[in-house]
Design a binder for this molecule. Structure first.
Ligand code: NAG
Ligand code: NAG
Ligand code: NAG
Ligand code: NAG
Ligand code: NAG
Ligand code: NAG
Ligand code: NAG
Ligand code: NAG
Ligand code: NAG
Length: 529
């Protein structure tokens, strides 16, 4: 009895004089107890630690070795979810002491395989209970797909689902109450995962933020491979054959091509600033770069041969299949100048395309890409493992349950055409018979002039998308931070009409939602119908 009173008394003292310390102590003990207390279906808790102050922590898996934790204090939980007898998803939850009652799931990138530690820290810093997974395999290569159909299924659709289901249970157990709202944030493959969640698991998230989505995945992989193949790439491991090919385009020539593209198209948007606001308006004519071999003007350097001009015409034209059916939009003029374009045009077959064909489609370790063509894409389509294509206009279930979907895409994306995001918007609009005014009720696409793949590029392209450290200098309000804008929309506030990009120092730019266009009115960029 006495000891009970004493305990009660000391608790009152602590809560009266040092409430935060008591809270932190409670949470730290509660956090560490998860290791033995928590029983979740198919799940093993591998490690738990309470992080009281900002620090750097070591990470599991092969993607990186350390990660910064600026969002402390938080509880860090590392766990594995068995998805089948032959597959498992490893994941981490970062559970901040100061929790605003929201759950956030993160996506992956490329063919990985990597827990997103930047995203975990970002989500926790905005007071989300944040979960990120390895997408069902470790590392950035596609090799784990070899002879592993269930690992492919995790990548194609399942990891994002179990991450949400188990993640929410973990959050509810830790905070003694379920999250009030659930969100998803990802870009590239993460954008595809968010799209897949809306299509196949519409109950998992109330709000989805899906950047530069790698949707129509099989066609995308084929297209990315073909882009390099047009200029002679035949080998994923060596650029030697491409460099010896008359079709090959060197970095020096690409610089000349980019300058010519800007000469032809930069002014179309009313401002000569190096940014082609609407690359779909740019009807680039490469013929003017042909070498003149007549006697009068026999220029042979800094110009293109006929086969090089033909290659450019292929690159900047839409891709059609063997039967003439549309497969994928063309490469965006201007995007070739982004540094990441080298992974496509550097002379090797694009690594993800090669890995996808070898390991996931053909189940072989070696493959000769000499005759890579739309026939390969037809094979990707026929197999479409795990429904990875993620190209379906029927988002009705997500819409009807009140879900909100925000997507964005850089117009200078060197890896995934932003025109495809318009195509997906139009597909949903057409499938659900919703004109833009009604699409606006649940699905908004922001096109970001000048931005590369998910972040960076030219102009003010930071808006809280949370990929790498792009949030520095971004105001944490709903006008500047697209994740907070999504939260506001889901939780009863206004839907974002625009999103303002910053770059920390220079002028901001208001980014428009499709089908509105960004127009220079002589003084500022404005959004017009
Ligand atoms: C997950 O699978 C591993 C390896 O097959 C097994 O040892 C473990 O017991 C399984 N865990 C759960 C929770 O099913
Ligand atoms: C974490 O590591 C980075 C890079 O090495 C360093 O700049 C930073 O100061 C470290 N943070 C802490 C809290 O130790
Ligand atoms: C647990 O795994 C089994 C198959 O191994 C699956 O049927 C079940 O849906 C899983 N549960 C969760 C919550 O994922
Ligand atoms: C944004 O910053 C304000 C002021 O610092 C703070 O009150 C608010 O909690 C922050 N919002 C989030 C979601 O972190
Ligand atoms: C993959 O190839 C190996 C070796 O040929 C074979 O044993 C295995 O059954 C194949 N797996 C699948 C899923 O086709
Ligand atoms: C090609 O590269 C991949 C991945 O970088 C590697 O796993 C493979 O062994 C390489 N193959 C050859 C023939 O060098
Ligand atoms: C054409 O090229 C040849 C050999 O490179 C050179 O000698 C000649 O002066 C050039 N003619 C003109 C008109 O530039
Ligand atoms: C590529 O196509 C040519 C012409 O049809 C054929 O002779 C060659 O064997 C093919 N190479 C491969 C690796 O399929
Ligand atoms: C351009 O837009 C701004 C902001 O709406 C406005 O203040 C300005 O008058 C406009 N300029 C012209 C030339 O229309």
């Amino acid at each position: 009895m006495v000891s009970h009173l004493l305990l009660a008394f000391s608790a009152i003292i602590f809560s009266a004089f040092s409430p935060r310390a008591v809270g932190a102590e409670d949470l730290s003990a509660k956090c560490l107890a998860l290791k033995s207390n928590l029983q979740l279906e198919n799940t093993t808790i591998l490690d738990v630690s309470y992080i009281a102050t900002p620090t750097n922590v070591s990470t599991a898996g092969s993607c990186q070795s350390t990660a910064p934790v600026t969002a402390a204090p938080l509880c860090r939980v590392y766990f594995v979810i068995n998805t089948t007898d032959t597959s498992a998803v490893h994941a981490e939850a970062w559970l901040p002491d100061t929790w605003f009652g929201r759950f956030l799931s993160l996506g992956n990138g490329g063919l990985n395989g990597c827990i997103d530690y930047v995203g975990l820290d970002y989500g926790a810093s905005l007071h989300f209970a944040t979960v990120s997974s390895d997408n069902g395999h470790d590392g950035a290569s596609g090799l784990p797909f070899l002879d592993a159909p269930e690992v492919i299924n995790d990548f194609a659709f399942r990891a994002v689902h179990v991450e949400a289901v188990i993640g929410k249970q973990l959050v509810a157990a830790y905070y003694n109450t379920p999250a009030e709202n659930s969100y998803f944030l990802g870009c590239s493959t993460g954008g595809r995962q968010g799209t897949q969640a809306a299509l196949r698991f519409p109950e998992d998230f109330d709000g989805i933020l899906a950047g530069a989505p790698a949707t129509d995945f099989n066609h995308l992989q084929g297209w990315e491979g073909l882009l390099g193949h047009y200029i002679g790439a035949v080998d994923p491991n060596s650029s030697a054959k491409a460099e010896a090919s008359p079709k090959f385009i060197t970095p020096e020539l690409w610089a000349i091509i980019s300058a010519e593209i800007l000469r032809q198209c930069d002014a179309l948007d009313g401002l000569v600033d190096g940014i082609i606001t609407e690359p779909d308006d740019c009807d680039f004519q490469p013929d003017v770069l042909l070498c003149h071999t007549n006697k009068a003007a026999n220029q042979t350097t800094g110009c293109l041969s006929h086969v090089q001009v033909e290659a450019l015409k292929n690159i900047y034209s839409p891709l059609f299949g063997a039967d003439g059916q549309f497969l994928y939009p063309r490469y965006s003029p201007g995007a070739e100048a982004d540094p990441f374009a080298a992974s496509i045009f550097g002379g090797t077959i694009f690594q993800f395309s090669a890995d996808w064909e070898r390991y996931a489609i053909l189940n072989v370790t070696e493959h000769d890409f000499t005759n890579f063509s739309v026939q390969d894409i037809a094979l990707f389509d026929a197999i479409n493992p795990g429904g990875v294509a993620t190209f379906d206009g029927d988002m009705s279930a997500f819409r009807e349950r009140g879900g909100k979907f925000i997507t964005y895409h850089g117009r200078r994306d060197p890896l995934i055409s932003s025109t495809n995001s318009k195509r997906v918007y139009d597909l949903i609009s057409h499938t659900l018979s919703l004109p833009p005014a009604q699409m606006d009720d649940f699905y908004r696409l922001f096109l970001i002039p000048g931005m590369g793949h998910c972040f960076g590029g030219l102009g003010p392209t930071n808006f809280g998308q949370g990929i790498v450290a792009t949030t520095e200098g971004v105001k944490n309000d709903t006008a500047h931070n697209i994740l907070l804008a999504l939260v506001d929309w889901v939780e009863g506030g206004a839907a974002p009409a625009t999103i303002i990009g910053s770059d920390g120092s220079g002028p901001e730019r208001t980014h428009c939602r499709y089908p509105m266009r960004s127009v220079w009115n002589g003084t500022v960029w404005v959004c017009e119908e």
